[in-house]
Design a protein around this ligand. Structure first.
Ligand code: PHE
Length: 445
């Protein structure tokens, strides 16, 4: 059987499509607002640079050497204890869990594309009322668009690596970049750009507490799509003799640049036309539409384009969140791609409805535990715990378990003198950083 492989550019765009998602444009700006700006951004950037980049290469390597679904790749590459190491591959489940809330948010975005054509709220209060009405009372609108997201994502998955995933990314990723660049140029011409810049890059360490630290590290994993096997699964379809370092560089570079560009642009708009950096998940759905309103008619155009770009980012990430489990059932249980795609799709779709209901008045009382409802719990547990844990397993696996001779046979020619630094980062830097995150999570400091 001929195995479908990504083309060179196809791989980079698909992996970047996975990385660039709601994390970059929806989540990054609002958590930056929530945790106070510059210092938070710095912790995030340092994590990306010192740990994220190394784990990106490691995750690509496992997929590239293993050539199969995540579970089989771990199993095949472990020299001993294969039956134990194969459980490393089950981090792929985190993707399906993330999709539980991700698909609901994509639904909101679809809804906003449609409404922004003709309507923008004239004040932040109005925007807040509109958003909250949808979020807390409007089951049917949310369900309708959540269903649309489910159908789109599942359809692309049934078409496979080449005809589905690569094809979609080759169109949507360039479109997304063009839209963002155009809007960024406009933001550059506004006089509040400098204030947005200061907000994002001037570090005020008093704002960093242990929760901010955990969230920043977790976000670095989330935004790079690390620790759940999306990059690993795509890498199993990478061309032979690919340069992993170059590929990883492009993915990290595009992801980080797009997050910073989106953040600068949004905060500029919010300073210029709105109420300044807002907080919370409502940032792009509340403060931003009100700012677009102030721009006049061009605001509608910008709003539609912005939400389109956001939808593109979300959809290209979604397929990568589900594909690892689809691949798992194809490789290990001989399911057809169509069957695997539909069943995995139904999984996140149906539980996604519970997440959706956990925001609805009358239901949320039953679906809230402690300070978070079901929706927020899924977000928190996946991003702050599962992904960093998955990243740690990969780092340890490549750093200690796969024989060094095998790792260096592939990576030394590509990394040259940096090989030892990379290996050191996997063996020591990552585990120590993760240990600190664990301690903060347990509230030790
Ligand atoms: N990186 C995606 C984002 O930033 C989310 C994601 C996480 C995708 C993990 C795949 C794997 O939105």
């Amino acid at each position: 059987m001929k195995i479908a492989r990504f083309s060179r550019v196809g791989f980079i765009l698909a992996a970047a499509g996975s990385a660039v998602g709601l994390g970059n444009i929806w989540k990054f700006p609002y958590i930056t607002g929530e945790y106070g700006g510059g210092a938070f951004v710095l912790v995030y950037l340092l994590t990306v640079l010192l740990i994220g980049f190394s784990i990106m290469i490691a995750e690509m390597l496992i997929g590239y050497m293993g050539r199969k679904d995540t579970v089989t790749s771990f199993e095949n590459l472990a020299p001993t204890n294969k039956h134990l190491w194969k459980y490393g591959g089950f981090q792929a489940l985190a993707g399906l869990f993330i999709m539980i809330f991700y698909s609901v948010v994509i639904g909101w975005i679809f809804h906003y594309i449609v409404t922004s054509l003709t309507y923008l709220p004239s004040s932040v209060q109005e925007a807040e009322t509109t958003f909250n009405l949808m979020l807390h009372t409007d089951i049917w609108t949310q369900l309708f668009y959540h269903s649309a997201a489910f159908i789109w994502i599942t359809y692309v998955l049934t078409k496979g690596i080449k005809g589905g995933i690569e094809k979609m990314n080759m169109v949507l990723m360039p479109a997304l970049m063009i839209i963002l660049l155009g809007m960024f140029m406009y933001a550059l011409s506004l006089d509040t750009f400098g204030r947005a810049f200061d907000f994002m890059f001037a570090s005020d360490w008093s704002k960093i507490n242990s929760e901010a630290f955990v969230v920043a590290v977790g976000h670095a994993f989330f935004t790079l799509s690390l620790g759940m096997g999306a990059i690993m699964t795509y890498s199993a379809s990478m061309e032979k003799n690919s340069n992993l370092v170059r590929n990883a560089f492009w993915v990290v570079f595009l992801d980080t640049t797009i997050a910073l560009v989106a953040g600068l642009m949004l905060f500029t708009f919010l300073y210029q036309y709105g109420a300044g950096p807002a907080k919370g998940p409502g940032l792009v759905f509340i403060s931003l539409p009100a700012a677009f309103y102030e721009m006049g008619i061009i605001g509608n155009v910008f709003a539609v384009l912005f939400f389109l770009a956001l939808a593109f980012a979300g959809l290209t990430s979604s397929v990568s969140l589900v594909e690892p489990m689809v691949q798992y059932f194809i490789d290990r249980f001989d399911w057809s791609r169509v069957k695997a795609s539909i069943l995995m799709g139904l999984f996140f779709y149906l539980i996604g409805i519970v997440a959706l209901l956990s925001n609805i008045d009358g239901f949320k009382e039953y679906l809230t535990w402690g300070d978070k409802n079901f929706f927020d719990w899924v977000d928190y547990v996946t991003a702050a715990i599962m992904l960093p844990a998955g990243g740690l397993i990969m780092a340890v696996f490549v750093g200690f378990i796969i024989p060094k001779s095998k790792v260096s046979a592939i990576m030394k020619p590509q990394l040259g003198f940096a090989f030892e630094a990379w290996y050191f980062s996997l063996r020591y830097l990552t585990p120590v950083a993760m240990f600190i995150v664990m301690l903060s999570l347990m509230g030790v400091f």
